[in-house]
Design a protein around this ligand. Sequence first.
Ligand code: GTP
Ligand code: MG
Length: 195
Amino acid sequence: LFAGETDFLKGVVAMDGMPPADRLEVCFAGRSNVGKSSLINALTGRKALARTSNTPGRTQEINFFTLAESHYLVDLPGYGFAEAPVAIVQKWQRLLKAYLSGRQTLRRAFVLIDSRHGVKAVDEEILSLLNKSAVTFQVVLTKTDKLKKGELEKVIAQVSTALQKHPAAFPEIVLTSSEKGLGIPTLRHIIGTLV
Ligand code: GTP
Ligand code: MG
């Protein structure tokens, strides 16, 4: 699947701008700066397909990428905090929630959690929304290159506990580092097995 072509399709700012729901779709959600865009680049093997930045709030639209003509990869604006005006941020949040709860072809939502921070209250809000909307979601820990093994084990335990109250959660937590390429083959495999 990931040997196929990937391309940027469009950035969407309102639900009526969504591309036709005609193929399998996975999205990447998470707090601002968690590493969503970097993960898409790592998965597709293209350094600058999705725009990344040190400044939280880089991705401001719902960005659709085509994968091998059969899938969409969807890069979402971050939630939690962003260096952008409040009114603008609220607009993204509304769009984000409408998308996560209303997209028919969304097959799995990957919820990215920064391995240094664990599950925060804003993440809980998104997990609850996905659970309520019956969207299967799976947690991906990002930036694991920044942690020691013991620290990583602690955060895995915290995330596992947080997931227990959400039946829509896929139980396997994927450990990744976009920088070092860790967990990227695993995640490609998971996406490749969705039907
Ligand atoms: P928004 O679009 O603002 O919501 O952010 P995002 O979640 O798309 O994050 P982005 O991919 O832009 O990455 C944010 C910062 O984290 C950048 O400076 C990346 O270089 C860094 N980063 C992302 N993934 C990793 C990783 O695996 N390891 C390390 N060390 N840094 C990472
Ligand atoms: Mg981004």
